[in-house]
Design a protein around this ligand. Structure first.
Ligand SMILES: *[C@@H]1O[C@H](CO)[C@@H](O)[C@H](O)[C@H]1NC(C)=O
Length: 109
């Protein structure tokens, strides 16, 4: 069941990323609150690269009308040697269980 959900969610991401050059219909801006900071910290911890959050730059979310919400978070983080970077991450959170899945994490260009 979880695998199926993940595959579905990943398929949605690919479609959204391809459409990103024009507009991103279906995404809405998230309130920048403790919840978003926590999701960002969680994603960094999942990466296990010793990255620490500096700040969340922007966050959007997409409710697919399904069992969960996908959050797209753009953030600044600092690594273990003090190098700062700009990253984008996609986190899926299942509404009922709050179980999170890291869909994507990468350097933002
Ligand atoms: C930290 O970031 C800097 C600047 O991006 C980079 O040159 C350095 O290799 C990174 N260090 C580690 C341990 O990832």
């Amino acid at each position: 069941m979880r695998t199926t959900n993940l595959l579905l969610a990943t398929g949605v991401i690919v479609a959204v990323v391809c459409a990103a050059a024009t507009t991103t219909p279906g995404w809405k801006s998230s309130d920048d609150g403790p919840k978003i900071d926590e999701l960002a910290e969680w994603a960094l911890a999942e990466m296990k690269q010793g990255l620490r959050l500096i700040s969340v730059l922007r966050c959007e979310e997409q409710d697919q009308g399904g069992p969960g919400i996908i959050y797209r978070i753009m953030l600044d983080a600092v690594n273990s040697t003090g190098g700062m970077g700009h990253f984008t991450t996609y986190v899926y959170e299942e509404a009922a269980t709050k179980v999170r899945t890291l869909l994507y994490f990468g350097i933002a260009r």
